[in-house]
Design a protein around this ligand. Structure first.
Ligand SMILES: *[C@@H]1O[C@H](CO)[C@@H](O)[C@H](O)[C@H]1NC(C)=O
Ligand SMILES: *[C@@H]1O[C@H](CO)[C@@H](O)[C@H](O)[C@H]1NC(C)=O
Ligand SMILES: *[C@@H]1O[C@H](CO)[C@@H](O)[C@H](O)[C@H]1NC(C)=O
Ligand SMILES: *[C@@H]1O[C@H](CO)[C@@H](O)[C@H](O)[C@H]1NC(C)=O
Ligand SMILES: *[C@@H]1O[C@H](CO)[C@@H](O)[C@H](O)[C@H]1NC(C)=O
Length: 486
């Protein structure tokens, strides 16, 4: 009793927290409910690569006003996870992490950045594998390990991208995975899954997956094995299909997986604007038993033209048509069903033992002798990063968005705010109905026809001023959720 009230007193000062998730066999699991978790994610790197600036001390999670604006919009979409590529362990992320936590969203973090010394290189990987590099990756672990909404770390992203790099990188990539996992084991109060985010290069994809998933003799507790496996895939373009987009081949590769597999990026942008018809397939019965969802690339509009939202330097933002199309597709999913699956208590899938027979493409490494730790690294794994930039949840006092945000037609959205969710609540479409959302009249967005999508915008006279004009399908889902709540 005493402990309970002490806990209550503690939690009263902070917003509620999401439940830290665990990996069990091939699933992400919420340990309190036993429910399987499916990633409904968006890649989050406002400012693109320039959004990470070591000297200026900025990264995508350093400005709480920006995070608040984006968390409110992502909450309306129904997103439950963001992927953040380039973080600086030495800047403070407490407010942004607390905002996304309160909004019911998890974070998948890359421990690397593209700057020299911040990642393993594709060419001559041994030249980039040294203690100062590892110290930085461990510092990222320190920075994020205490946030309950830290879902996973990527130990690498597309470091292997063709047959040449397949010949040399795998042992080094698996070694970095081992080192980050050892660091977490020594210095984190909970296990946080670590794995690799692969380029969808079909010639080497299966080999890459097998190389990172197999179990290695003499490897205590599978420390070098990936806890998860993810791929960046752009094979579904326009109004494609399971077969046409060769998603069927992906399902073949990963059926029977012993670790969670998901898309760490998807969302081909040719043609544009996008209609995101892959969403129904990714979360549908053909895929959702094998895949644990995916991450759409990407939140902000940058030069490469994959955005959902245009953001200006002054903090103002405008929703793009893609924002509405994706929101519409998410709204057609049954989240109660999707996030309520109870996996079998004992999994039948076991990873294979590492063996050169697992490797099928010529030239891909079948060398399972991993490099030993570089000089000086063992001391850091044992004694910890010094100083350790450990983050923590903090109180957020004001949930109102401070910047003007507009619909695609230029009308301003009013009352935009993050709605902090109750303890252990994951975001889904319909949680944030307090922000001004309004049904449009056009339901034609990406409903499966290949005609050019035309999301509802607020040109219609019937539309309430100041609303996010969501497609009618989305509003239908909101109504269903509200109905349950009453
Ligand atoms: C290790 O990382 C911490 C945190 O970023 C930093 O302060 C420290 O200088 C680094 N140490 C070395 C030896 O690179
Ligand atoms: C390695 O992982 C496999 C699959 O999870 C498990 O069966 C095996 O017991 C593990 N081995 C060790 C040494 O932890
Ligand atoms: C969603 O799935 C749940 C659980 O399977 C079911 O009870 C509910 O009727 C479904 N909702 C809709 C709108 O289909
Ligand atoms: C295998 O890789 C290790 C480094 O990880 C290296 O020392 C060893 O020489 C390689 N073996 C072969 C046969 O190439
Ligand atoms: C840290 O991990 C390494 C490798 O697993 C282990 O040998 C060492 O004893 C651990 N150190 C501490 C302080 O736990």
């Amino acid at each position: 009793m005493l402990m309970h009230s002490a806990l209550l007193a503690l939690s009263a000062t902070l917003a509620a927290a999401v439940q830290p998730l665990e990996v069990k066999d091939e699933h992400f699991i919420n340990p309190t409910t036993g429910n399987r978790f499916q990633i409904v994610g968006v890649a989050y790197q406002p400012g693109g690569s320039a959004g990470y600036d070591k000297e200026a001390g900025i990264d995508p999670l350093s400005d709480p006003d920006i995070c608040l604006r984006d968390a409110a919009l992502l909450q309306i979409m129904g997103v439950n996870t963001i992927r953040v590529y380039n973080v600086n362990p030495d800047v403070n992320h407490d407010k942004c992490a607390s905002i996304f936590n309160a909004a019911g969203m998890y974070m998948v973090l890359d421990v690397n950045s593209p700057l020299v010394g911040d990642s393993l290189t594709s060419w001559n990987p041994w030249e980039s594998y040294y203690a100062a590099y590892l110290n930085r990756t461990f510092a990222v672990v320190e920075a994020f390990k205490n946030y309950p909404n830290t879902l996973a770390f990527f130990s690498g992203n597309e470091v292997l991208n063709n047959e040449d790099t397949g010949a040399t990188v795998p042992p080094y990539m698996r070694a970095v995975t081992r080192d980050v996992k050892n660091y977490i084991k020594n210095h984190s109060s909970r296990p946080i899954p670590v794995g690799y985010s692969a380029a969808d290069v079909r010639e080497i994809l299966a080999d890459t997956y097998h190389y990172f998933q197999c179990t290695l003799k003499g490897d205590d507790d599978n420390m070098s094995r990936g806890d998860i496996f993810a791929l960046n895939s752009y094979s579904w373009c326009a109004d494609s299909s399971f077969e046409k987009a060769s998603y069927d081949d992906l399902v073949k590769i990963f059926t029977g997986t012993s670790a969670p597999v998901f898309f760490s990026e998807y969302g081909c942008n040719t043609p544009s604007p996008r209609i995101f018809t892959e969403v129904g397939t990714i979360y549908g019965p053909k895929m959702n038993t094998v895949f644990s969802g995916g991450v759409v690339y990407e939140y902000t509009q940058e030069e490469n033209n994959y955005g959902l939202v245009e953001m200006k330097k002054d903090g103002s933002a405008t929703l793009m048509k893609d924002f509405l199309s994706l929101t519409n597709q998410y709204s057609k999913l049954n989240f109660t069903e999707l996030q309520g699956q109870k996996p079998a208590s004992t999994s039948t899938t076991k990873p294979p033992a590492c063996d050169s027979k697992l490797i099928t493409s010529t030239g891909f490494s079948s060398n399972f002798t991993l490099p030993v730790l570089p000089p000086g690294a063992k001391e850091i794994i044992d004694g910890g990063v010094k100083p350790a930039p450990v983050g923590k949840l903090v109180e957020i006092k004001d949930w109102k968005v401070k910047f003007p945000v507009k619909n695609p037609d230029g009308s301003t959205i009013t009352n935009l705010a993050v709605k902090p969710l109750a303890d252990d609540t994951i975001n889904s479409p319909g949680t944030n109905t307090e922000s001004n959302t309004q049904e449009g009249t056009d339901t034609g967005t990406g409903t499966g026809t290949s005609s050019s999508p035309s999301p509802s915008v607020s040109k219609d006279a019937a539309v309430r001023p100041g609303a996010v004009v969501l497609p009618a399908v989305a509003m239908g889902a909101f109504a269903v959720v509200a109905g349950f709540a009453i």
